[in-house]
Design a binder for this molecule. Structure first.
Ligand SMILES: [Zn+2]
Length: 142
């Protein structure tokens, strides 16, 4: 585990509070309730989604619409994680081949906690390395 136990608990609590406050596990509904604009757009290649933050600090989420609705929710939950956890970053890419950085790992933890139905049934996802977790999630996106 490359993040501290405290940080993990913090991400877990943020995801839980997000669910409690908005009363949905659909991240696209959370975007609507937060007035965060999002666009489902055609993107060539493996890029799944990204969040652009303008100079005023306002996010705009882009999701590749070549994937099915469940997959787009997974991508959106990852991007919601970035918005909640890393709101100072200007651009976050969710790519197949990207380096498994700490922020990517944290956004994936947020996704696992916000959409528990995506968690593996047979083992605790925290036992997976950041790269293994990313590969596990990518395999759920069609
Ligand atoms: Zn990301």
């Amino acid at each position: 585990m490359i993040i501290s136990h405290e940080r993990y608990q913090q991400i877990k609590n943020l995801a839980k509070n997000c669910f409690k406050f908005f009363n949905t596990r659909n991240p696209l509904e959370v975007f609507q309730k937060l007035y965060i604009p999002y666009s489902l757009i055609n993107i060539e290649g493996d890029l799944k989604g990204f969040t652009h933050i303008n100079e005023k600090g306002e996010p705009w989420v882009y999701i590749n619409k070549k994937y099915d609705y469940y997959s787009m929710k997974i991508i959106a939950a990852h991007e919601l994680g970035h918005i909640v956890l890393h709101n100072s970053d200007t651009l976050n890419m969710f790519e197949d081949d990207g380096v498994s950085s700490e922020t990517e790992y944290e956004a994936n933890i947020f996704l696992m906690e916000f959409m528990p139905q995506t968690q593996p049934h047979t083992k605790n996802y925290m036992e997976l390395s950041p790269t293994a977790l990313k590969n596990y999630i990518c395999n759920k996106i069609y």
